[in-house]
Ligand binder design. Structure first.
Ligand code: ACD
Length: 131
C-alpha cells in the first residue's frame, strides 16, 4: 500500500504562491482566495483510475485520470487545459499545457505532501501535513 493511501493532507505552509498565480494570469480577487484558504487534498486509486480531490471553504474540485493519459482539466481558477500526470515512486508529476504551461509535482510521504509548482522561472512550494 502506498504511503498516501487512505490519507488526507492539509495545507500548512505556502511559499511564493501569489507570484505563481500572477504568472498564470490569475486576477486579484481569486489570488486573495487562493492565498487565504488552507485546502485539504486526497489521492484515491481505483484500479487504473486516480482521483485527486482538493477541498476548501471556497471551492472543491476533483480530477480523475489514468497515468500517462492526457485529459481535459478545468483548473481551480477556471482555465481549460490539457494535463498529463505520471507517477515516479510517491511523486505525482503533472504537466499542464495550454496558454500557460506549468508543472505541478506532488511528493507524498507518510507525514507530508510537498507540492512544487513551476511556471517559467517562477517556483512555489506548498507543504501539506497529513491529518
Ligand atoms: C495546490 C495548488 C494547486 C493550485 C494550482 C493552480 C491553481 C491556481 C490558482 C488558484 C486560484 C484560485 C482558486 C482559489 C481557491 C481554491 C482553492 C485553493 C487551492 C489552491 O495544490 O496547493
Amino acid at each position: 500500500m502506498a504511503c498516501w493511501e487512505g490519507k488526507k493532507y492539509k495545507l500548512d505552509k505556502s511559499d511564493n504562491f501569489d507570484e505563481y498565480m500572477k504568472e498564470l494570469g490569475v486576477g486579484l480577487v481569486l489570488r486573495k482566495m487562493g492565498n487565504s484558504v488552507n485546502p485539504t487534498v486526497e489521492l484515491v486509486k481505483d484500479g487504473d483510475n486516480y482521483t485527486f480531490t482538493t477541498t476548501s471553504t471556497f471551492k472543491t474540485s476533483a480530477i480523475t485520470f489514468k497515468l500517462g493519459e492526457e485529459f481535459d482539466e478545468e483548473t481551480l481558477d477556471g482555465r481549460k487545459v490539457k494535463s498529463v500526470i505520471t507517477m515516479d515512486g510517491n511523486k505525482l508529476i503533472q504537466e499542464q499545457t495550454g496558454d500557460k504551461p506549468t508543472t505541478i509535482v506532488r511528493e507524498f510521504t507518510a507525514d507530508e505532501l510537498i507540492v512544487t509548482l513551476t511556471i517559467g522561472d517562477i517556483k512555489s512550494v506548498r507543504v501539506y501535513k497529513a491529518v
